[in-house]
Design a binder for this molecule. Structure first.
Ligand SMILES: Nc1ncnc2c1ncn2[C@@H]1O[C@H](COP(=O)(O)OP(=O)(O)OP(=O)(O)O)[C@@H](O)[C@H]1O
Ligand SMILES: [Mg+2]
Length: 258
């Protein structure tokens, strides 16, 4: 199963990605975390791994892909005909240099911005979309996709290859607006959509619930001092309290129901 984690900047996407990955691993699944956020740099630390090589470099590098995209655009009206993969990949087909492992968790990174003036991130989005669509996951495998903040990845079509979308909301007006917009886009793709309310108190949760479809809310996470400290230190997010473990377990089970 492939789950796409999305939401507003700083809402807790990468934190929940890492917590779910560790939970599914404890359940005995092989987990691939796909980092499609070209800007943020810390996800590998939450998973306790070193940064893998960019998939972008494996695919020939940004300039080469940009050239292929420009050529394809000149020939036709869209990029549908430009296929980067000539055959389906299973998890074991991901090049070893492009995955960093910790137990049964593997991190794959589509690509990062490395240099000033290197150009836009469109090639990363293009690889992300095709990689996720092309990756075949077996029933005992979970693929968790951490996205960059906002909606651009919806526009790029990254979600097309996913089985479900999970949006993380912090208690803000912007998160509520984003949830509505993303909900419409997800519905147009016939994908199940779930919401997790993060950094909430019971009062904030009841205010947020007034604006959201209740049946799609699969969990609430309070502000947790240990998560905050580990997040600041860039540490592996292990050793949760039993209460937090239970919350993550409930979210992980609900997200798999689709
Ligand atoms: N429930 C929580 N309790 C306390 N701190 C949290 C909680 N969830 C996330 N955080 C902290 O909030 C900050 C932002 O979290 P995170 O990096 O996961 O968000 P993000 O949505 O991935 O951000 P970005 O949009 O920059 O990628 C981090 O410092 C993290 O440790
Ligand atoms: Mg993040």
């Amino acid at each position: 199963m492939k789950i796409c984690i999305c939401g507003k900047g700083g809402s807790g996407k990468s934190t929940l990605t890492a917590l779910l990955a560790q939970h599914y691993e404890q359940e005995g699944k092989d987990v691939v975390v796909v980092d499609t956020d070209e800007s943020n740099l810390g996800l590998h630390r939450f998973l306790g791994v070193t940064p893998p090589n960019d998939l972008m470099d494996y695919m020939g590098g940004k300039q080469e892909l940009m050239g292929k995209m420009m050529t394809a655009l000149k020939r036709s009206d869209d990029l549908q005909n430009l296929q980067l993969f000539d055959q389906e990949w299973k998890i074991q087909d991901i090049p070893p240099s492009c995955r960093s492992e910790n137990g049964k968790i593997q991190l794959v990174s589509v690509g990062k911005i490395h240099h000033a003036g290197e150009g836009c991130a469109c090639p990363m989005g293009f690889i992300a979309k095709q990689f996720i669509k092309n990756l075949k996951s077996a029933p005992d495998e979970m693929v968790i996709i951490d996205t960059e903040a906002g909606l651009e990845h919806f526009g790029r079509g990254v979600e097309e290859g996913a089985d479900a979308v999970l949006m993380v909301l912090d208690p803000s007006y912007e998160s509520i607006l984003l949830a509505k917009k993303a909900g419409d886009m997800t519905a147009s793709m016939n994908l199940p959509m779930y919401f997790v309310l993060n950094k909430v108190t019971p009062e904030l949760s009841s205010l947020m619930r007034k604006d959201l479809p209740g049946e799609q809310i699969i969990g609430e996470i309070p502000v947790d001092p240990e998560l905050l400290t580990a997040g600041l230190a860039g540490e592996n997010l292990t050793g949760l309290s039993s209460g937090m473990n239970q919350i993550i377990q409930n979210i992980a089970s609900a997200a798999m129901k689709s």
